[in-house]
Design a protein around this ligand. Structure first.
Ligand SMILES: NC(=O)c1ccc[n+]([C@@H]2O[C@H](COP(=O)([O-])OP(=O)(O)OC[C@H]3O[C@@H](n4cnc5c(N)ncnc54)[C@H](O)[C@@H]3O)[C@@H](O)[C@H]2O)c1
Length: 339
């Protein structure tokens, strides 16, 4: 089967991970072009990825008739117009989460996807492709825990990266927009129901810089879903031990916990600190398999003309839920979530 020729937009923290996967790990893909507004990243693409075609301008990359698919890993506020432009140029599109940063933008992406049913549109909620999370979903489908009625999700960035989070805080959209979108997607995926009510609160005990820009270092939100199920999301930026992503799904007949210890590997170190399990340091390490598997899935969908499970409407809904969560947090009120 012919390889799918791909152009990537964005070569920042995550873009480089996707670019390396496309260049070296995805058998049916060939990364042929890259676009970034940062010239040094284009130098990286030439030197490290061996790319000849590099662009400072997204529209210029789209003119390249060779490119069949575009992978968008730019800053979140660029996603929606780039999705529309790429689909209108006849390219299949993968975009990283979030779909967009406003509902209006998300609607532009929805319209573009509706204009091009012949093209694949893939939204990268990669945690769904993590082997442990997809295994949990399969077990739940098989009835292993009965009817799921509660989800508890934790996502805490390592304290080691807090300086970066402080710098970015004023532009992040707030802790729930910035950090909770994957957990919000999990509520809908695991509980198979949309949240219809939310209450949220925040706290800062260590880094007052977050408070200074109207944000917090820790956030907690509670949701009630249309089918009566409950969800609790805890996000934060100060995990001392590493990158802590943990999820628990509770059902009428049992519970599944995914990654209660965010362990690096199967080693246990016995020393003066006790019996120690080292933890993963960040998202590229924890979700390396998920990023590769989701990209394989994107290429598979193009080649086999399969419809991706996650739709553009899932992207709009998760953005809507994140926005209402931020509003509930700011107003300190229980709010209805409307779609
Ligand atoms: N799925 C995940 O776990 C996960 C993790 C991290 C980031 N992300 C998402 O990935 C995206 C990128 O995040 P990041 O941390 O890599 O950001 P980053 O700031 O490190 O990189 C941003 C990149 O976008 C490029 N860019 C910005 N505007 C552009 C434009 N108009 N045309 C072309 N290139 C443009 C920049 O040149 C840069 O290469 C964000 O949407 C973020 O939410 C997802």
């Amino acid at each position: 089967m012919e390889k799918i020729k791909v152009g990537i937009a964005g070569l920042g923290r995550l873009g480089k991970e996707h670019a390396k996967n496309l260049s070296f790990k995805i058998a049916n893909a060939e990364l042929t072009a890259a676009c970034s507004i940062v010239p040094s990243e284009l130098e990286y693409a030439k030197k490290e990825l061996g790319l000849e075609k590099v662009y400072l301008d997204f529209h210029e990359m789209l003119k390249d008739a060779d490119i069949e698919a575009v992978v968008i890993v730019t800053t979140s506020d660029q996603h929606c117009w780039q999705i529309a432009a790429a689909l209108d140029a006849g390219k299949h599109v993968f975009t990283d989460k979030p779909l967009g940063v406003t509902i209006e933008e998300c609607k532009i992406a929805e319209k573009a996807v509706e204009r091009h049913p012949e093209l694949t549109f893939f939204l990268g909620f990669m945690r769904r492709f993590d082997p442990s999370y997809s295994h949990a979903k399969e077990k739940i489908k098989q009835g292993a825990i009965g009817k799921p009625y509660m989800l508890k999700a934790t996502g805490i960035d390592p304290e080691a990266l807090v300086e970066g989070a402080i710098k970015f805080a004023s532009k992040s959209g707030g802790i729930f927009i910035d950090m909770a979108i994957h957990d919000i997607d999990f509520i809908r995926w695991f509980l198979e129901s949309d949240p219809v009510e939310v209450y949220a609160a925040g706290a800062t005990f260590k880094h007052p810089e977050f408070k200074a820009v109207g944000d917090d270092e820790t956030g907690a939100a509670m949701y009630k879903c249309a089918n009566g199920a409950i969800a609790f999301v805890h996000v934060g930026r100060t995990a001392p031990h590493g990158y802590h992503v943990e999820t628990e799904i509770i059902g009428t007949e049992g519970t599944i916990r995914i990654s209660p210890v965010p362990e690096k590997n199967l080693c246990m170190i016995y020393d003066q600190h006790g019996a120690v399990k080292e933890c993963v340091s960040g998202f590229p390490e924890r979700f390396a398999d998920a990023y590769r598997i989701e990209m394989e899935n994107f290429i598979h969908c193009i080649q086999q003309k399969d419809k991706p499970e996650i739709t553009v409407y899932d992207g709009t809904k998760s953005t809507q839920i994140a926005f209402t969560t931020m509003e509930a947090y700011k107003k300190r009120k229980l709010l209805p979530i409307t779609y």
